[in-house]
Design a protein around this ligand. Structure first.
Ligand SMILES: [Zn+2]
Length: 250
């Protein structure tokens, strides 16, 4: 999930594992060009590792690269999407007990980010599903206050954690959240419940994509109580590195 230079030629890896959760492991000598571990330290790759554990510290003895997801490193959108999702998944994994679902959901997510047509949207929806799996499911199929059916387009209150209907008893100060269309609510319901292997099998309009993206980002930031900034660069409309103005010389 992350790689850091360490001492002269070592690298510290944050590994998301099926059984141990997020761990830090030292890949000794892996920064050297000759190291057999070098290929295993590539960001967002999938490998089998043999680890040595001593007093809670892990060292990588050997490993086999299973999938490098190489496409991510060559595409700015995919890299930003993977970085955004990895930050959220690492935060959840770091703050709780190890859970298999975090690893499984990450595996489907990183595959989609590497190969799918819309890696940024996939990353955002994956963080939403991650929040649902972590116990933060919004009420999206009825009014959160009176449980009655909702008329669309409707209002989602982040304070109440669900849709609020138009009855005056149900609308309270602080409920100003965002408007959600029926399509966006349906997509979010699907993402909250679909089996992981079917999570990204949907098609939506640009309008629903926009609404669901805004929702997923706000829901993540509210539940994790922090800002996630890795996507801000590509969200600035039309910005690409090659578009940046030349540096003026005086
Ligand atoms: Zn209501």
């Amino acid at each position: 999930m992350n790689v850091f230079a360490w001492k002269d030629r070592d690298r510290l890896l944050h590994l998301l594992t099926p059984d141990l959760g997020l761990i830090t492991a030292n890949a000794r000598g892996s920064a050297s060009m000759k190291s057999k571990l070098r290929s295993l330290t590539q960001l967002f790759s999938l490998s089998d590792f043999i680890l040595i554990e001593r007093q809670g510290r892990y060292t990588i003895r050997s490993g086999v690269l299973q999938e490098s997801f190489a496409g991510i490193s060559f595409d700015l959108d995919r890299l930003a999407a993977a970085s955004h999702a990895a930050e959220a998944f690492s935060d959840v994994a770091r703050n709780g007990e190890p859970h298999r679902y975090i690893f499984d959901l990450w595996a489907y997510t990183i595959y989609q980010i590497a190969n799918g047509e819309d890696p940024v949207f996939a990353a955002r929806l994956a963080t939403f599903r991650l929040m649902v799996e972590s116990g933060f499911a919004p009420m999206l199929d009825a009014c959160v206050r009176c449980q009655c059916e909702i008329a669309y387009p409707c209002q989602f209150s982040f304070r109440a954690g669900g849709l609020v209907c138009e009855k005056s008893d149900c609308r309270r100060v602080g409920d100003e959240g965002i408007a959600l269309s029926e399509g966006a609510a349906a997509l979010l319901c699907y993402i909250a419940k679909a089996p992981f292997n079917r999570l990204f099998l949907f098609q939506v309009s640009d309008f629903v994509r926009e609404e669901a993206s805004n929702f997923a980002d706000r829901w993540l930031e509210q539940k994790m109580e922090k800002s996630y900034r890795r996507l801000s660069l590509i969200d600035q409309s039309g910005f690409r590195f090659e578009d940046s103005p030349p540096i003026k010389s005086n």
